[in-house]
Write a protein that binds this ligand. Sequence first.
Ligand SMILES: Nc1ncnc2c1ncn2[C@@H]1O[C@H](COP(=O)(O)OP(=O)(O)OP(=O)(O)O)[C@@H](O)[C@H]1O
Ligand SMILES: Nc1ccn([C@@H]2O[C@H](COP(=O)(O)O)[C@@H](O)[C@H]2O)c(=O)n1
Length: 247
Amino acid sequence: MMLFRLSCRRTCDCVCGLGRVFGPARPARPPGQRSLEPPWPAVVVGRASSSVVAMAAKPTVIFVLGAPGSGKGTQSANIVKEFGFVHLSAGDLLRAERSTGSEVSALIEQHIKDGEIVPVEITVSLLEKAMNASSVKKFLIDGFPRNEDNLVGWKKVMDDKTDVKFVLFFECSKGVCVSRCLERGKTGGRADDNVASLEKRFVTYVDHTKPIIDQYAAKGMVRTINADTSVDEVFEAVKKLFKNEGF
Ligand SMILES: Nc1ncnc2c1ncn2[C@@H]1O[C@H](COP(=O)(O)OP(=O)(O)OP(=O)(O)O)[C@@H](O)[C@H]1O
Ligand SMILES: Nc1ccn([C@@H]2O[C@H](COP(=O)(O)O)[C@@H](O)[C@H]2O)c(=O)n1
């Protein structure tokens, strides 16, 4: 819970004025007590006479972006352990939805195979559902927003309901990313970790995702990590950043 003190628009000596005007007469403040500590109630919710209003804080969101194979999933798992975030991978949510056999399964399958971005109505509703189901309200949203459609859809549905802190951008050369994905493809069971799909995924990344990262960068909201190094080295940089950001 976060407490927001209402500013007083009346001339009186109480915290907000409403308690004085509409509420019962207040007893004298005990000598030496400087603030309105109990016996005054700290929070009275939903009454016009309350001096302080309690409001639920919006869920914290960090978007995690980078090229395919840059290490978004690997580092997100590390961040979960160290900083207690919930990791939501848009790709994982879409793959899970694909395997339910729902009416959008075939569409998702085709988009993933072609390295294209699924319409945001599907992705944002999966994200919102997963966020609502979580009791922890600090989210790493990995692989989103991936294009302008994703960004517009998020703003329309989720912007007011969340507090997006920044974009965590894993910067990694294409050669390194491709070889990581091809290595993963040998055992990972992903239908898109092959040369043909990877080529398409990179075109999508350069043409559609990078411009979204650039938009956030123009607003000072991108935190870039060099992801060309080992998993441990990348995570050292991530930890430093998260501590600097107050997590
Ligand atoms: N810093 C690293 N050094 C070496 N290998 C790594 C590093 N980071 C991740 N990997 C490996 O590279 C592969 C891709 O990593 P990961 O799944 O984290 O990337 P991603 O950005 O989430 O990829 P995608 O967007 O394709 O899902 C995995 O097999 C992972 O183990
Ligand atoms: N916002 C997104 C994220 C992903 N996709 C589709 O899933 C594929 C795999 O994504 P990964 O993050 O796991 O690499 C991706 O190539 C897209 O086809 C999407 O549509 N929208």
